[in-house]
Structures are given as C-alpha cells and as structure tokens.
Design a protein around this ligand. Structure first.
Ligand SMILES: *Cc1c(COP(=O)(O)O)cnc(C)c1O
Length: 354
C-alpha cells in the first residue's frame, strides 16, 4: 500500500470549549485511501477534512455496499493517548468486508495510518472526564455503475469526532422494549457484519420504541421471534441466579469487541458465564421467580449500559438498582479504568501512543 502522503490544513477549525454529545463535530483531517481493481488499495493519505466528491451513480448510494467500524482514543491523566483493541476493529472490518464483497485491507498499514492521524489530531482528544475521540473508519463502493455486482472501485476513510461523556451524571439504567413486530437480521444474512443495511433495517422499530418512551429495542431472532439477539448498537447480557448469559455468535448478531472483553473479564473474575440461545420466555420466567438480577448492554459507545426496565408485550420487568456491587458497575469501572489508564491492563488491550 506504500507510504502515507500528508497534506495539512491551512485553516484549522476552532475546537469546542466543552465537548458534549455524539458525532456532530469532526477534526481538521481525515485519512483516505483508494481501491481500483488494477492497483488494489493505494494512495493512502491524510488530508484536510472535506466533502466527498462522488459520482451520483456510485454503487454505495444505490445498493448499500458499505461497511464501518467504531472505536475510541482516550486521553490519560498524564496526557497520553490510548487505543483500546484497535487491531480487533480492523480485523472485524475485514470480516465485514468479506460479507459485502469488499476487498481486504492490510491491518498493519491501517493501524499505522490511524496512529499517524491521531498524532496529527492529538489536541482534538478531549480531556474532561469520560470524554474521548470517536474513530469511524468506513469503506464505500464508489464505482459509477448501476448494474448489480460488487464494485471495482472503493474508498476507505477514517474520520474523527470528539465525543462527550456517555454518562455525564454517572451510570444510568435505560429502559428497553423487546421488539415483537420487526426483525433485524436472519441467519445467513448480514447481521454479523458492521454494515449500513443493518442500521437501515432498525430505524422504524427504533422510532416507534422512542415514541413509547424507550431508549432502544431488544431484537429477537428473525425466524421464531423467540430467542434473544442484541440491542442493535449493543450486545446483551443477563445475570440470572448468579450466572451471566449472553447469546452466542451464530451469524445474526454483531461480534462486539466489548462483548468479548466482558466475557474475558468475567472468566478472569471466575464469574460463571454461558453463551447460549436464551429465549425471552426464559428471561420472563426468571424475572417472575425473582432470579433476574441484572441485564446490561455492551458496546464501544456506552461500554456498559445497565437496563433498568425491560418490557415484553404486557410484562414489565423492573430490574436491579445496579449498586456498587453489581457486575454491570464493576465491569464498567474496570473496562473504563483500563481505557483511561487507571486500571492495570492485564489483558494487553491498550496501545499507548507516543
Ligand atoms: C458496533 C456494534 C455493536 C457493539 O460492538 P463493539 O465492538 O462492542 O462496539 C453491537 N451491535 C451492533 C449491531 C453493532 O453495530
């Protein structure tokens, strides 16, 4: 893929005085790289952040051939910038690429490119507690062609966005509705790929749930509408009678890196964990017996999102109060502790940039 060209902006933007919210402010530069059939991935470069100039017939605009990733850079108290499991994100990008017939990228080169971009944008990594710099790599099919087949031209971008603390007032339980009418993915489909289509498929259900006062929906499997899948931006965990349960990776849910981290940490803590196809009836039954102790989502944005209320048809489940002793809170403190360099990184998940 060769060397990395760098073209710095002559008009840097004003940085926000206080970083709040998600995904509306972008830094001065982005990384971009081209793919053609003849040259493969080439011309990786860092450029001033700007609009994309694209043919209106570009495939991604018509048939959704596009994939993305989401990770964060964190600033430690000492002012160092840290990445959390970034290699796993680029490896997952390649797995999504395979599903969408998009050419593979060189993970080593991508990590180098990201680190170079972060070095240039280091002053954009916010310092207030809980804030971070969100990193959004993505690939789109750019070939101008209206036939349906994998494109022969692509662009890969990395854009950066300073984001506020997810919990400015401390870990806050959310209320979630179990989705009965719509489905997100089916086996053999795109559910395990981080692709635009999965989000398009989730919007209507999400909107209807919002109107009813819920934060998100919990998806059930697309065939029997019985087994728990995920939340759509987060994977899901249940603690029932001391045991932690999460749905297995059977192709319909996104293999979250936070999910994987949680499984590894729980094993280290010798908390009993199980990956199996848990049904919604089993959750309701456990609740009725007083065994449902905790429910929490996992994902890069929130890290851990405790569920205070879970509603399935006319069953309203009020779940734990997530005290200091809850697994959800302990996981949140431990994982964010590693990310911000407060807790020892026993798993070697962090890369400190110099
Ligand atoms: C990104 C994503 C997640 C969370 O994955 P992390 O790697 O933990 O951030 C969960 N579900 C879906 C559908 C996603 O796109």
């Amino acid at each position: 893929m060769g060397s990395l060209q760098i073209n710095l902006t002559k008009s840097p933007k004003e940085k926000p005085a206080r970083v709040a919210g998600f995904g509306t402010v972008f830094t001065d530069h982005l990384f971009v790289m081209d793919y053609t059939k003849a040259q493969g991935w080439h011309n990786g470069r860092i450029e001033p952040y700007d609009n994309i100039n694209m043919d209106p017939a570009a495939c991604c605009l018509h048939y959704g051939q596009g994939i993305f990733e989401g990770l964060k850079a964190y600033k430690t108290k000492e002012g160092k910038i840290q990445l959390f499991r970034a290699r796993d994100n680029f490896e997952r990008l390649n797995r999504s690429a395979e599903k969408l017939c998009i050419p593979q990228v060189d993970v080593e080169f991508m990590l180098e490119a990201l680190e170079k971009l972060l070095e240039i944008e280091k002053d954009w990594v916010p310092t207030e507690q809980g804030t971070s710099l969100y990193i959004r790599p993505f690939i789109i099919a750019t070939e101008p062609f209206l036939g349906v087949r994998p494109a022969e031209e692509y662009k890969l971008f990395i854009v950066l966005s300073p984001v506020g603390a997810y919990y400015p007032e401390g870990l806050k339980p959310v209320s979630i509705m179990v989705e009965k009418n719509y489905v997100r993915a089916v086996r053999g489909g795109l559910g395990e790929a981080k692709t635009m289509a999965n989000y398009a498929a989730s919007l209507l259900a999400q909107e209807e749930a919002k109107q009813k006062g819920f934060t998100q929906v919990l998806w059930l499997d697309g065939v029997e509408r019985k087994y728990i899948e995920e939340v759509g931006t987060m994977n899901i965990f249940f603690k029932i009678k001391g045991e932690v349960i999460t749905p297995p990776l059977t192709g319909t849910i996104l293999p979250g890196i936070t999910r994987d981290s949680v499984l590894k940490v729980l094993k280290k803590w010798q908390v009993p964990v199980k990956e199996y196809r848990i049904s919604i009836e089993e959750v309701v039954d456990a609740y009725k017996k007083g065994w449902l102790e905790e429910v929490f989502g996992t994902g890069t944005a929130a890290v851990i999102s405790p569920v205070g209320k879970l509603v399935y048809a006319d069953v309203e489940m009020d779940i734990g109060d997530y005290t200091e002793n809850s697994i959800a809170r302990k996981l949140y403190d431990y994982l964010t502790g590693i990310q911000y360099g407060i807790v020892e990184d026993e798993f070697c998940w962090v890369k400190i940039l110099d």
